[in-house]
Design a protein around this ligand. Structure first.
Ligand code: ZN
Length: 362
């Protein structure tokens, strides 16, 4: 019988969920996360091997399941306590498939929080960073090291690039009044979602019946054939369907549970939206990495003379900005109805996505 062993179980759980939900974009980031925990076992050279990370992400044991390909047994429900849900496990597998060639993001470290995230104004390549010693003192700098670039080796002061970034981040803070309107809208979406849950459960049950029927059909075909290759193909399909069925079962079980209150489930997200700079100023490396990923959709480009080029803001901030510009026509006097807000923000991309964004995030 297996039991979660602390503190390892919590570390592994955080790594798996972090990858499932995109907090870690690549396997390399999961590797760095594990590496940073003293309690996580390392190899002789003191490192966590990449293959270990891949194995970890693929083990369904952590989702409470046991498989033995040797005995042709798949997805047997284990007796042990799972660390993650099957839904999370499937998410991880999908992400592994989709990003097999995604480049690992550059390393970020405490001294240079923007390293790998800010691009060169000439070639667009990620700036590297380091310390240099001059007149008995150390100076931090960022620079482009792409061969052939006109700005190759030209240093930008660490203080400049980082102070300007803080100004940029402060600029993302929505005005108080606007923020309150947005928060009230999120609450509307949340309530709407809670009301629709019983419809959802009906749909999910239907899907589950369909999946089970497909599994049974494939099982019948396996019985009828002697061809080993065909049997193997069917088995592969059954395994995928079986995963699907377990995920649907989890959904059904979750539909029966009481939702956490709006305040509970949105506290952290709203706190972040209200003032991203505050979180950055806390100087926690993980928070800072989260900020970079959550506030911007792409690398920022920095020019030594002109500062940051227009920042590619992430959807939540684009939406808030859109609200700001059209606030007067967006807030109906009678109250806040999400349905009426959809067509109004100025840019098309924002208007169609704002509703979806809020829905997807609850
Ligand atoms: Zn360059």
């Amino acid at each position: 019988m297996l039991f979660p062993k602390e503190p390892l179980a919590s570390i592994v759980k955080e790594a798996l969920q972090g990858f499932a939900y995109g907090r870690f974009e690549s396997q390399a980031e999961v590797q760095r996360f594990l590496q940073s925990h003293a309690a996580y076992p390392k190899d002789k050279k003191g490192r966590v091997h990449m293959q270990r990370v891949t194995d970890l992400l693929r083990r369904e044991l952590y989702a409470g399941r046991i498989s033995s390909p040797k005995h042709k047994l798949y997805n047997i429900e284990g007796q042990h306590e799972p660390l993650i849900t099957m839904t999370e496990f499937v998410k991880i597998q999908e992400r592994l498939k989709s990003q097999s060639h995604a480049p690992a993001r550059k390393d970020v470290n405490k001294d240079f929080p923007l390293r790998g995230f800010v691009g060169c104004s000439c070639c667009g390549g990620a700036l590297t960073a380091g310390w240099t010693k001059g007149r008995g003192k150390y100076y931090g700098y960022y620079q482009c090291q792409k061969k052939g670039c006109d700005l190759y080796g030209k240093s930008i002061k660490k203080a400049d690039i980082e102070t300007n970034f803080e100004t940029l981040l402060k600029g993302l803070t929505p005005p108080q009044g606007l923020f309150k309107v947005a928060a009230a809208m999120f609450k509307e979406f949340y309530d709407e979602r809670a009301r629709k849950r019983h419809q959802e459960i009906f749909e999910v049950k239907k899907q589950k019946t369909t999946t089970e029927r497909k599994i049974n059909q494939l099982l019948e075909r396996i019985v009828e054939t002697d061809n080993a290759a065909v049997i193997q193909a069917y088995e592969g399909k059954i395994q995928n369907l079986e995963n699907e069925r377990i995920v649907l079962e989890e959904k059904i079980a979750n539909c029966g549970k009481k939702l956490p209150s709006f305040e509970e489930s949105s506290r952290t997200a709203l706190k972040f939206l209200e003032n991203p700079y505050k979180l950055w100023a806390g100087e926690v490396l993980e928070d800072r990495q989260d900020i970079l990923k959550l506030c911007f959709t792409d690398k920022l480009i920095y020019d030594k003379k002109e500062g940051y080029r227009t920042a590619p803001k992430s959807l939540p901030f684009k939406v808030l900005e859109g609200f700001d510009e059209s606030m007067s026509c967006m807030v109906p006097k009678a109250g806040l109805e999400p349905a009426r807000l959809t067509p109004l923000p100025p840019q098309d991309s924002v208007s169609t996505n704002s509703t979806t964004w809020a829905k997807n995030n609850y």
